[in-house]
Design a protein around this ligand. Structure first.
Ligand code: SF4
Length: 485
């Protein structure tokens, strides 16, 4: 087994962070069973800080590792199906699919078999270890809880065309941060994996595989040109690519990213899943152990981690849902989108990352505690970033807070620039305020939320729609009506 450190965390490639060693466990599709949860909880206590973090690719991270995760522990993880059997490919990004794959009554196809097949394919083909660690793939079954707008190099998105099921191919191309682009190619389900293998092989044919800096697929596609790249892909396949009008498979951006939170009926009659809010994606070891017990006692022993850093407990008989909700609350966790924590995100911040200007997680938790008195009617995504890299959030936020250091008299203090409604061009969004200290922040954000809730044009107007109806100076006036910052 490999050890040593790299910039990309993995199970077999631990990475140093400010708060100790960081180990990332890939969970393909985010689906994990109760036994695996228990083992991870034990390792986090034995070797790390006694907690795990769910990441925005539905991985699990153990942080603050001071006692080595040794070969014996790694083998145990492999035995229970965690950690690739091929350690050389462990660094490749987790495979994403909807956390409701197979239980969503609206989905067009269950994408779990595709995730499993690609994971096995990577493990069985050692040359794929040369892929960039950021080589990322997503399968979207076209259901209620979509992942097609998450940042991935390659996306397969299920669509119905003239009564037949296809996957539409999306590729990351163009400028950094742009959403994956529709290639106007429809694939039958059985064609997806061969196309994925060919996309990976063409990438490898065009990079320096021994270089330590591997380009993103986007860069290779930009260099080679989309048409040439896809022609090379086609030459590797025993079938032709099916080109259609792009309008036949438009990317539907989910309006509400938090549809999975709360209680939802499953496609399986009589069963429901519960979407549980994890404050900043973190679970104490005791919480993960108890959630594993609940999943076993009431459900099928399955927990589904989401790319929004929350989790689902699935397969709960409808008549037992209330019992599980009570148990979740006893753990100090929530299951309502009205809870500010349902859409609160913070990057590692000062405690975990040397680039951070601010203690993002501490400030985010303090904000959540303060905002408990605000009655939200729909989730508002608030994102704390310790620097401009924006690691923890890949989709647009309603309110973004960018950590900076400012001079106050003779001392340097932490502060935030405040932005609203980011998009692919303006990552953080439009700047509303500069240099707001953590002490000033809670009252300001409360004011912003209250103004939105009392002055929106109709009950369903989203925060984004509300913001986009106003200029920045109008917003400042509204927000400052009862508040001086
Ligand atoms: S956004 Fe910046 S500060 Fe936060 S984890 Fe990424 S690099 Fe570190």
């Amino acid at each position: 087994m490999q050890s040593g450190f790299t910039a990309c965390p993995g199970l077999f490639y631990a990475t140093p962070a400010r708060d100790g060693i960081l180990s990332r466990i890939r969970i393909p599709g985010g689906i994990i069973n109760s036994e695996q949860c228990r083992v991870i909880a034990d390792i986090s206590k034995q070797c790390g800080g006694g907690y795990v973090d769910v990441t925005n690719r539905a991985n699990l991270q153990i942080r603050e590792i001071h006692n080595t995760i040794d070969g014996k522990i790694l083998r145990r993880l492999q035995e229970i199906g965690l950690g690739s059997s091929n350690t050389n490919v462990d660094h490749i990004r987790n495979i994403m699919s909807s956390p409701t794959a197979g239980i969503d009554s609206q989905e067009l196809i269950d994408t779990r078999p595709f995730v499993e097949a690609w994971d096995k394919h990577i493990a069985a083909h050692s040359h794929l270890s040369e892929l960039s660690a950021k080589f990322s793939v997503c399968f979207d079954g076209g259901g209620t809880v979509q992942v097609c707008d998450r940042p991935n190099d390659i996306g397969f998105v299920a669509v119905m065309v003239d009564g037949s099921l296809y996957f539409c191919l999306y590729l990351s191309i163009g400028a950094k941060g742009e959403l994956p682009r529709n290639m106007g190619i429809l694939l039958k389900p059985e064609e997806c994996l061969p196309v994925l293998g060919a996309l990976a092989n063409v990438y490898l044919n065009h990079i320096d595989t021994i270089s330590s800096r591997k380009p993103r697929l986007r860069e290779v596609l930009n260099d080679l040109g989309e048409k040439n790249y896809l022609q090379e892909v086609e030459r590797c396949l025993p079938f032709s690519l099916r080109y259609v009008d792009h309008n036949e498979c438009p990317l539907q951006i989910p309006a509400n990213k938090y549809k999975h939170i709360g209680i939802h009926p499953q496609r399986q009659s009589g069963l429901s899943y519960i979407g549980v809010v994890l404050p900043l994606g973190r679970l104490e070891a005791s919480q993960i152990q108890r959630l594993a017990e609940l999943a076993e006692d009431y459900g099928s022993g399955t927990i589904r981690l989401t790319p929004w850093q929350n989790l689902l407990i699935s397969d709960i008989p409808n008549q037992q849902v209330n019992d599980v909700l009570n148990e979740i609350e006893k753990l100090g966790l929530h299951w309502s989108t009205a809870n500010i924590r349902s859409a609160l995100v913070a990057c590692s911040g000062k405690t975990g990352c040397a680039s951070s200007q601010t203690d993002t997680k501490r400030h985010a938790l303090a904000l959540a505690e303060y905002l408990d008195r605000v009655n939200l009617t729909q989730p508002i995504n608030i994102y704390f970033s310790g620097c401009s890299k924006s690691c923890a959030q890949h989709t647009q936020s309603d309110i973004a807070l960018l950590g900076i250091n400012i001079n106050k008299g003779m001392t340097t203090v932490e502060a935030y620039h405040v932005y609203v409604c980011g998009d692919s061009e303006q990552k953080f969004g439009r700047e509303v305020y500069q240099s707001i200290t953590p002490a000033e922040l809670p009252a300001l954000i409360e004011q912003m939320l209250l103004v939105y809730q009392t002055q929106r044009s109709e009950p369903h107007e989203s925060f984004e729609e509300f913001v986009n109806r106003h200029t920045i100076s109008q917003l400042k006036q509204l927000f400052l009506l009862n508040q001086q910052v």
